[in-house]
Design a protein around this ligand. Sequence first.
Ligand code: LMR
Length: 399
Amino acid sequence: RLAFVEQAPPDPILGVSEAFKRDTSDDRLNLGVGAYRTNDLKPYVLNVVKKAEKIMIESEENKEYLPIEGLAAFNKATAQLLLGEGHPAIKEERVATLQSLSGTGSLRVGADFIGKFLPGRTVYLSNPTWGNHKNIFTDAGVEWKEYRYFDKATVGLAFEGMLEDLKAAPEGSIVVLHGCAHNPTGVDPTREQWGAIADVVEQKGHMPFFDVAYQGFASGSLDDDAWAPRFFAERSIEMMVAQSYSKNLGLYAERVGAINYVLADAAAAKRVLSQNKRIARALYSNPPVHGARIASIVVGRPELFAEWNEEMGMMAGRIKDVRQTLYDELVKNNPDKDWSFVTRQIGMFSFTGLSPPQVENMTQKHHVYMTKDGRISLAGLPSNKAANLASAIVDSFKV
Ligand code: LMR
């Protein structure tokens, strides 16, 4: 009998969407989940995705099982998107790539790999980080701790604290780093700061584990947003990288992503891939094919790739515009407070600094749904609601 089972708490991010659906107010706004919407709040299917699907229908693809490691064309394309075409690590076959279930599934395969092959190593997560990171490593039975990342006083990077914590971590620790557009803070290290982070990682023999879920959403350029993992690869630091196509190709429900290991030699890459296949086989057997075909077509065909870059720039541009509109409205509402963090932060989110009771006020009084940590997803904000949101934020700061 399972009568003893207790109710699990709602998910801190996806639970917000569940609560939003129960609200019937016309003013309701879902700024919880990081999912791109158009300015009319419509989900957006990219034109390049529609074109790739047309190509797929015309070529009458079948629905046979994929190999455990996924679609070969996708794995090639995704490593290329990450490291850049013709990268020496790809040419020398030093990259082990396994297609997996978007960011979460890829991180989970990586976490299980750490549990099996790097036992006793601690994973260091930024404080704060994406809520699901903790679940993933906890459920994989891997111990995690936090390193300082966000400085409330400056609403910026706690750079010195971060370096101190990474220096104090035992040698060979795993350091989870957000490739770009840090979730939830929207605060990324500068290139110079990445250099200092790489120095510590190298000195301490740490293993960086990049989570690349927003490639294209920070700057609008797919290449620029891969700068940090490419920089580590150039320095020949072995690393793990999880990728997601949920946001940048809008393939949320297709679960497309990959776990990559950029290693020192090809023989190790082959063995590491074989062990990842072993892990994936027991978790879900083999990955879904539809989204992987889409991604491989878009990344692999120059004319579609160029068009994707344009669409990516358009999506990132809408978020930048709505950031600016929100900033202007906030200044209008309360010119005495420094709101510059709104336009300084990058990616889909703004980390407002609202406390949990203030977030409660946002939701209960103003019907604005957001995560308890004070994060709002600007991807869910239409420009004509920015004024309402600004007055709700100013009001809630008074709580
Ligand atoms: C988010 O942070 O909102 C997204 O990554 C969606 C998710 O799965 O949590």
